[in-house]
Design a protein around this ligand. Sequence first.
Ligand SMILES: C[S@@+](CC[C@H](N)C(=O)[O-])C[C@H]1O[C@@H](n2cnc3c(N)ncnc32)[C@H](O)[C@@H]1O
Length: 282
Amino acid sequence: MKYRHACHAGNFADVVKHVVLVTLLTRLTGKDRPVFYLDTHAGRARYDLGSRDGAAEAARGILRLAGADTRGMPAPIRRYLELVRSFDPANETSLQIYPGSPCIAAALLRPEDHGALCDIEPGEAQLLAREFRGDRRFGVHCRDGFESLAALLPPKEKRGLVLIDPPYEEQLTDLERVASALVGTAERWPQGVLAAWYPIKLAAPIARFHRRLVDAGLKRLLAVELCVHPDDSRAGLNGSGVLLVNPPWKSDGDLRAALPALHAILAPDGGGRWRVDWLAGE
Ligand SMILES: C[S@@+](CC[C@H](N)C(=O)[O-])C[C@H]1O[C@@H](n2cnc3c(N)ncnc32)[C@H](O)[C@@H]1O
């Protein structure tokens, strides 16, 4: 069966990925010069949490966060929540609409920034194109996201961020494809910030994925992970991570503050773990 992100939108892994996205784009847009954003696996950009598909996982993700007292929380979490709520201002506590990564990026990017949003599924790409019809900063492409890396990078802006977020229908094949994509893109665009999402089910393939990137000589590699179950447990998805190449200055500190706060909310029984660790460089 084809992967459908509508079933997973707003789950704990989306929350972590999107807090990382907010952190990176906030730091990147803190400087004057324009940035370019490439979303290789963008999805439809807006999800209905009220539908039967999306409700169950969101209840343990974004809805848990939306129901928590976040007043003293680190800035990226508060900014993320404020942004999610802005898509559904009528529903302060029981959110119905969840923004995907393209909408989150669009809300943070400035008029002088640009982006490209790719999805290979015609239905998803059509919804994405409809969402961004009036926004001249973005191009929407119905195409293979991995191929877009070679076709669209490096951008004329020189600075920017790539989010690589494939569905991992074949986990080991996708991990291998993502590793090759990161190595190739870092060579082609050394100044670019690269972020790749990955699921954590078993610990061993993730350790191999990290080793492959370190052995390839990538200079600045940060692993950001949050698990809600112990490694190797049979829950299915025990956690997820975002591998960052060349993260912006101070974003590691932002994430070190955000991850324990997120873990306390997303794993209320204290299960699992979090980490923000340099695998190479600093
Ligand atoms: C995990 S979802 C994306 C979620 C989105 N990035 C977000 O955070 O809101 C993965 C998406 O990748 C799309 N997809 C699958 N294979 C692809 C490929 N080779 N190139 C581009 N998109 C692909 C799927 O249609 C799906 O919409």
